[in-house]
Design a protein around this ligand. Structure first.
Ligand SMILES: [Zn+2]
Length: 210
């Protein structure tokens, strides 16, 4: 009887320890799920691929300007960054995804500007793929539109190559329409580019803290 009792309580003790461990693992897994250590910054287009071209403004240049501002902010915070390009060079879409996928514990942010034949169209939008991408896209988008004082065109799930080929949480941010004369001239200023980068940065930090 004594042995049987001892065995039962030992079983019960281990069962409780296992349960507590499981809960701790689940909770910490949740708490640190967004704790990236590297941000892969993908400045869209470049080189022979200029992206959209309106009124003498090349999308590829604006993308790189915002990407570099974002890199500066992240570096100041001590977060490692990897740029898919740092100059006006052509990088293929598979290569961009490959650069991102070679990183561990990373998040992938592609930066673009938009264009439409309807030149009155303006505003910002963020694309995502996957459920964590949706939350990150929301965190960025809700800061981007008010801070840039432009139209909030919302977030959308869309299968752009760079984001669907990424093994990390990934988003593609469209920082404004260069086909709209007013937005194009605003987007060409360093203050607009800095504001866009700061909104993306703050979105990343907010998502990271979730
Ligand atoms: Zn683009």
């Amino acid at each position: 009887m004594t042995y049987a009792f001892a065995d039962t309580s030992r079983f019960s003790f281990f069962r409780w320890v296992s349960l507590v461990c499981l809960i701790v693992v689940l909770l910490s897994g949740h708490a640190f799920a967004n704790r990236f250590s590297t941000v892969v910054i993908d400045a869209g287009h470049g080189g022979s691929d200029k992206g959209s071209l309106w009124g003498g403004v090349r999308e590829s240049r604006l993308n790189l300007a915002v990407a570099k501002e974002l890199q500066t902010l992240l570096k100041k915070r001590g977060i490692r960054t990897v740029m898919t390009r740092t100059s006006d060079t052509y990088i293929s879409l598979p290569r961009r995804a490959q650069i991102g996928n070679a990183q561990r514990n990373a998040v992938f942010v592609s930066i673009h500007f938009n264009a439409s034949r309807v030149t009155s169209v303006r505003g910002v939008e963020t694309y995502y793929w996957g459920s964590s991408g949706k939350i990150l896209a929301n965190a960025i988008q809700r800061r981007l539109a008010p801070r840039l004082s432009t139209k909030n065109r919302g977030i959308q799930k869309k299968g752009y190559h760079v984001i669907i080929d990424s093994r990390h949480t990934s988003v593609l941010v469209e920082c404004g329409f260069i086909s709209n004369a007013r937005e194009r001239s605003r987007a060409s200023t360093s203050s607009y580019q800095k504001t866009a980068a700061k909104a993306i940065y703050d979105g990343l930090m907010a998502w990271r803290a979730l």
